[in-house]
Design a protein around this ligand. Sequence first.
Ligand SMILES: NC(=O)c1ccc[n+]([C@@H]2O[C@H](COP(=O)([O-])OP(=O)(O)OC[C@H]3O[C@@H](n4cnc5c(N)ncnc54)[C@H](OP(=O)(O)O)[C@@H]3O)[C@@H](O)[C@H]2O)c1
Length: 262
Amino acid sequence: MTLQLTGTTALVTGASSGLGTAYATEFARRGADVVLVARREDRLRELADRLSSRYGVTATVIPADLAAAGAAAKLRADVEARGIHVHALVNNAGFGLHDAFLEADAERTAEMIDLNVNALVALTREFLPAMVAAGTGIVVNIASTGAFSPCPTMAVYGATKAFVLSFTEALAYEVHPKGVQVLAVCPGATATEFREVSGLHAERMTPDGSQTPDQVIATTFRALDGGKVGSVTSGGRNKLLQGLTRLAPRRTATAMAARILS
Ligand SMILES: NC(=O)c1ccc[n+]([C@@H]2O[C@H](COP(=O)([O-])OP(=O)(O)OC[C@H]3O[C@@H](n4cnc5c(N)ncnc54)[C@H](OP(=O)(O)O)[C@@H]3O)[C@@H](O)[C@H]2O)c1
C-alpha cells in the first residue's frame, strides 16, 4: 500500500539540510504540501522554491530556533494562524557533540538536550491532539543507531536518541488505535552535515560506510507505506549492529560503541 498524501501537509523540522531536506522532498514528491522549519531561512526559501516549482505543492517557510524556550507552542500558533492542519510531523532537527563529557561545552550540551529531546516532545504534544481528533496522522521521530547502547564520547547524544526511541515506541503503542502512525527511524552514519556539526572524526565511521539521505528516506517510507509503527532501522549493517548490541552484555556493547566512535 502507498500512503495517500495528496492534499495533506507535512511539517519537517531541520529541513535546511541533510535528512530534513530529503524528507521534505519526498513528501512533496508524493503530493503533500510542506512546512519547512529550521534556523537558516535562506536555505529553507531555496528549498521551498524548488519543491513548489517541481511538484506544484505549497511550501511554507517558518524559520525557528527550536532549542529556544516556547518554540514549539509558537510554531503551532504560527501554523494555525496560516490555517494549516499538519497531517504529518517529522521531528528531524537534531545534532550531536563528539567529545568526552567533561570536555564538551556545557551550554551546547544543554542545547542538544533542548533540541533533540525537549523540542521533539513539545512539538509532538502540540501537533498530536489534532491528529487524534481527526483519527489520522503521522509522526516520524529521528532517533539513531546511537540509541541502541551507551555511546562513550557521545554520551549525552546517545542518551537523547535512546530517549527518542523509547518515547516514540511507547507513543506508537498508545495512539495506533486512534489512527495515528508513529515511527522512530534509526539511521546509522549518513552523509549529511551531521559529522561536521558534531565534530565527529571517527575513522571507523568513514563516508564509505555511510548511507545516503535517500536510502534513509526510502527505508522510512517503505515502513510507513507498510503501516509499520514503533521503529525501523535503516541499512543492513545497522540492523546487524542492532542485533549484536541486543545479544551482547551491556558492558560489551558499550565497549563496541566506544571502538566505533574512537
Ligand atoms: N547524519 C547522521 O550520521 C545521523 C545518524 C543518526 C541520526 N541522525 C539524526 O538525523 C537528524 C538530522 O540530522 P542530519 O544528519 O540531517 O544533520 P544536518 O545535515 O546537520 O541537519 C540538521 C538539521 O537540524 C537543524 N537544526 C539544528 N539546530 C536547530 C535548532 N536549534 N532549531 C531548528 N533547527 C535546528 C539544522 O538547521 P539549521 O542549522 O538551519 O537550524 C539542520 O536542518 C538529527 O536528529 C540527527 O541526530 C543523523
